[in-house]
Ligand binder design. Structure first.
Ligand SMILES: Nc1ncnc2c1ncn2[C@@H]1O[C@H](COP(=O)(O)OP(=O)(O)OP(=O)(O)O)[C@@H](O)[C@H]1O
Length: 691
């Protein structure tokens, strides 16, 4: 038996006791990823086990064992492969979206907004994840409690900052981890999944975190599932259960204190000089003998117990007890005495089949002692109602199966309304803009630099047809190019930097993508307007285009449209590829035809490429800019002849025969269309896990 535990209780146990503890059973889980050349790579094979309610289970195994994959599957957050098997929460199939709303996931890498403070990061989660009906004061109170429990009060107003290649500017790595955990804790999650939560923490911080998680399991009735590599003995003391994986196969699933006994009975006694954690990880390395033996032993124990269960069902049938849903407490007590459970007669929190309820009793009262007894207890845990058969992943938790576990959460439900999400996200976007004045200054500086460069190159254009007409064409082409390249590149890069956070928050059900899209579009608008004003205001007067308020306004409006469409193109390209480099290459590939088919570079467009010009928003914008400048322009020939209206000097391939207003309207249409396409594209990427 393990020595008695002395859990270190957090000072202020504040989170409410969860009234609906959940037990997660999984049966015959198999996960394959496609691999070119053969039938795919099996990452998990036939994995069966349970994460019991109100307990903390450590998923252990060597690197590549499939721990994170199992965690993702249990958290209903896996993609990119074929999943088979069955997952039951409290004996009932639950839709993944419903379960995601009732659980929290803390991933291995901290994905946090650098420009937010610690408290703001938690508060944004609270505002978006907790019900809108809950007052802001209560949400704030909850955040304060979590800050206290995670010992983050001292840094709550510190900016999170960046962690670029380990060079943290902002809070420390350990603090970042705790913020990530805190974001998971903000909601009243019934199950909390943590992928290597202690990575990067010093031993004290790691122990403190595990102690807090243990407290949440035991006293707050959360089911805690975490993967961990080489835990210290002090940390191991806190674990209730162990799931041991190696090469995607289950070697053990049961109480942590029974693990030593189990392996010793199987012939793998722990040497005195090794801790349990070291011993089991050493066993996992023996892929020739120990791993296949233990995996076989585990599978056999499941089959034995399945047979025992069928026998028991048969004898119960003979006794006339029947196996109806929602068996009475009296029947449970009777059967409980058969299985030796210690909580006989205790009413269960939910309805369900008799068999499942009995299993829950067995889980609640594991039987320490000899290995056979442990295997028996284990196997009792793994008996799952229904036949031992694999079901396809898309039938794993079908849409039409409602959750009978409490509380009910509607499908795809997020806690807040769309406009509330837009409001919270807009505030966050605006904060990011003004919290990073350097980014703002760099972008503005870039526009000023290009304006000065164009201004210096075409300073006060000559008034002659010979030089002035060509220079006007050329300078306007450079102006249009700046309104294409810079906003497109910036938008693409910014979108890539936002994607990890977007991915995490969408997968945690904080908001709909439409809210993010609207908030992003709305909040970036004033800044884009400012950039357009700075650029057009400088370049117009430096180059010396026609002095006219209307003409300046049209010049500004056409450029602003170019800027907004290019920004959309950047967002679209960021959505098309998961890798930033590929996204930028796609964007650059768009640029060439866009700038080539404006009519400035070629004297005529081949018929078979005319469609590019018809689709090119830059061609409309450039044509509009040229017409705006040339119409009514008074210019002289080399011989000193006066040309009162330079419209006739517009290069034929630039003149598209449309009015400036029509050009602007067409661009507006392209802008709306492209925004819509960018939105749909990203929505589909999210739906198909390609974000
Ligand atoms: N989508 C995928 N495509 C290809 N291989 C994958 C994919 N997901 C996981 N794998 C592979 O499956 C194996 C298990 O991965 P997983 O991340 O679950 O292991 P792990 O036990 O958590 O490892 P670690 O402790 O190193 O994080 C690894 O070899 C990994 O490379």
């Amino acid at each position: 038996m393990s020595p008695p535990r002395t859990p270190r209780e957090p000072n202020t146990p504040s989170l409410a006791v969860n009234r609906y503890p959940c037990e997660i059973r999984f049966q015959n889980l198999a996960f394959h990823v496609p691999k070119s050349g053969d039938g795919g790579l099996a990452i998990l094979s036939d994995v069966t086990g349970v994460c019991a309610a109100k307990r903390m289970v450590a998923v252990m195994g060597p690197s590549g064992a499939g721990k994170s994959t199992l965690l993702k599957i249990l958290a209903c957050n896996v993609s990119g492969g074929e999943l088979q098997g069955q997952i039951m929460v409290n004996g009932t199939a639950v839709h993944p979206k419903v379960f995601k709303n009732q659980s929290a996931v803390v991933w291995q890498s901290d994905v946090l907004l650098a420009s937010a403070t610690v408290k703001e990061a938690l508060m944004t989660s609270a505002l978006l994840k907790l019900p809108q009906s809950m007052s802001r004061a209560r949400k704030e109170e909850r955040v304060e409690q979590i800050l206290t429990e995670l010992e983050l009060q001292g840094v709550k107003n510190h900016m999170i900052g960046e962690d670029v290649d380990g060079a943290v500017s902002g809070i420390s790595g350990g603090e970042r981890r705790r913020v990530s955990v805190g974001i998971g804790l903000v909601t009243d999650a019934r199950a909390i999944f943590l992928d290597e939560p202690t990575t990067g923490l010093d031993s004290d911080s790691a122990e403190q975190l595990i102690s807090l998680l243990s407290h949440l399991a035991t006293h707050k009735h959360r089911t805690i599932v975490l993967t961990i590599h080489q835990p210290s003995s002090d940390i191991c003391e806190r674990f209730d259960d162990l799931i041991l994986l190696s090469s995607g196969r289950m070697l053990y699933c049961g109480p942590w204190p029974e693990a030593d006994n189990y392996f010793a009975t199987a012939g793998f006694e722990r040497p005195g000089y090794r801790s349990t954690a070291e011993h089991i990880l050493t066993l996992c390395k023996d892929k020739e003998y120990a791993v296949p033996f233990l995996a076989g032993q585990y599978a056999k124990s499941l089959i034995d117990q399945q047979l025992t269960r069928l026998d028991s069902q048969a004898s119960m049938g003979a006794l006339g007890l029947g196996l109806k849903r929602g068996g009475s407490v009296g029947r449970l007590s009777r059967h409980n005495s058969i299985t030796g459970g210690t909580e006989a007669g205790k009413p269960l929190a939910r309805g369900g089949s008799l068999v499942i309820d009995l299993e829950a009793q067995a889980v609640a009262s594991p039987q320490p002692g000899s290995a056979p007894a442990t295997i028996s207890a284990l196997a009792a845990r793994h008996m799952v109602a229904g036949a031992l058969q694999s079901v396809p992943s898309n039938a794993l938790l079908p849409d039409d199966i409602p959750s009978t576990s409490q509380p009910h959460v509607a499908l795809e439900e997020v806690a807040t309304s769309q406009w509330y999400q837009v409001h919270v996200l807009s505030v966050r976007f605006l904060r990011s803009w003004y919290r990073c004045p350097t980014n703002l200054a760099i972008q503005a500086g870039q526009y000023i630099f290009f304006a000065l460069l164009i201004g210096a190159t075409y300073w006060r254009l000559s008034g002659t047809v010979t030089g002035g007409a060509f220079d006007r064409h050329a300078s306007l082409w450079f102006v249009a190019s700046c309104m294409v390249l810079q906003p497109g590149n910036n938008a693409c890069t910014i979108m890539y930097s936002q994607k990890p956070l977007l991915r995490r928050e969408i997968s945690n059900g904080l908001y709909h993508y439409s809210s993010f899209f609207i908030a992003k579009s709305l909040t970036s608008l004033p800044f884009q307007l400012m950039f357009a004003c700075i650029f057009t205001g400088s370049v117009y007067f430096l180059v010396g285009y026609q002095i006219s308020l209307v003409k300046f306004f049209l010049f500004f409006a056409l450029n602003f449209e170019l800027l907004l469409i290019s920004e959309t193109l950047g967002i679209l390209c960021a959505g098309l590829a998961r890798n930033e480099l590929v996204g930028m290459i796609i964007l650059a590939t768009f640029y060439v035809p866009l700038l080539m088919f404006t009519g400035f570079i070629q004297t005529h467009t081949p018929v078979y490429l005319a469609w590019i010009k018809k689709l090119s928003y830059v061609a409309y914008g450039y044509s509009g800019l040229v017409k705006n400048e040339f119409e009514g322009l008074s210019i002289s020939t080399a011989q000193g002849m006066h040309v009162p209206d330079a419209t006739a000097l517009i290069a034929p391939n630039i003149e598209n025969g449309l009015s400036i207003g029509t050009d602007a309207l067409i661009m507006l249409g392209i802008l709306v269309g492209m925004r819509f396409v960018a939105y749909i594209q990203m929505t589909l990427a999210i739906k198909f896990h390609k974000l």
